[in-house]
Design a binder for this molecule. Structure first.
Ligand SMILES: [Zn+2]
Ligand SMILES: [Zn+2]
Length: 97
């Protein structure tokens, strides 16, 4: 970038800058953005765990893990242990596992 003259935004002091996107006024020390200068490299947020991430998907049945049954009466889905029949926790209907 060519050397150019800018005017301080605070004290209006005019001075020469070159090749930098931002400079400090030699008169008053104020930081001045230089119009038309390329933006400094944006600080990219590399963190993957952003707040507000979508919730975890519904857990899928795993071999050896709890079995999932759906109540035929109220369609409530719940995990059951190693039993043949269980009562729905919502409507108490007997559900065969
Ligand atoms: Zn100044
Ligand atoms: Zn039910």
């Amino acid at each position: 970038m060519a050397v150019r003259t800018i005017r301080c935004g605070r004290c209006r002091y005019e001075f020469i800058v070159g090749g930098v996107p931002e400079t400090t006024c030699p008169q008053c020390g104020a930081r001045n953005r230089i119009p038309g200068a390329p933006e400094p490299a944006a600080t990219t947020t590399a963190t993957a765990t952003a707040p507000g991430a979508p919730p975890e998907p519904e857990p899928e049945p795993e071999p050896g893990g709890p079995r999932w049954v759906v109540c035929p009466n109220c369609s409530y889905r719940f995990a059951v242990g190693d039993v043949e029949r269980v009562a729905c926790p919502l409507c108490s209907t007997e559900v065969a596992t």
